[in-house]
Design a protein around this ligand. Sequence first.
Ligand code: ZN
Length: 207
Amino acid sequence: MNFHKKSLEQTTELQPIERTKPSIDEARNAVKTLIRWAGDNPSREGLIETPDRVLKAYAEWFRGYEEDPSEILKKTFGEIEKYSHPVTLHDIPFESYCEHHMAPIIGTVSISYIPNGRVVGISKLARLVDTFSKRLQVQEKMTAQIAQSIYDCLQPKGVAVCVRGDHHCMCTRGVNKKGISMITHSFLGEFLNDKNLRSEFNAALEK
Ligand SMILES: [Zn+2]
């Protein structure tokens, strides 16, 4: 069985989502409505240009919907002298938005993969983190998506991903608890089967 091919078929949700985009006026009016909902007047001087600024900010915060992970990971390099140990990127910063409250999730992603003859430029892994974080997200889902896309596109021997996130929907409202980080993991391939590899990955995160 070609495991990588099978897993690729299982992850069609990694593709950008088809959607009908509202007009710019609809989007502006939605922001004005939320300003009124918050209790302010969208026509006062300080807020008059806010809807346009919010739309510009949204284009940055949610640009991940426009990006294709397989395009980012397409270019690989094979001249690696049979290097076959884990390649680990530690603490790639990310900002995302929880899909339940649209509040920021701020944190870091650490990624390790065991090459199967080819490697990818490390900046591409950082871009991949942006592709999945610049969307409305659930941290567990983002962790799995990052791991699965590397596994499918690079076809390495194994992938490990650890995400550490601070959820502003929890520290600025609701239970209002500050200083709590959520940690999620995804292990695929050899990382799933080899406890020592997982321990080495987790130990590297402590350093
Ligand atoms: Zn939330």
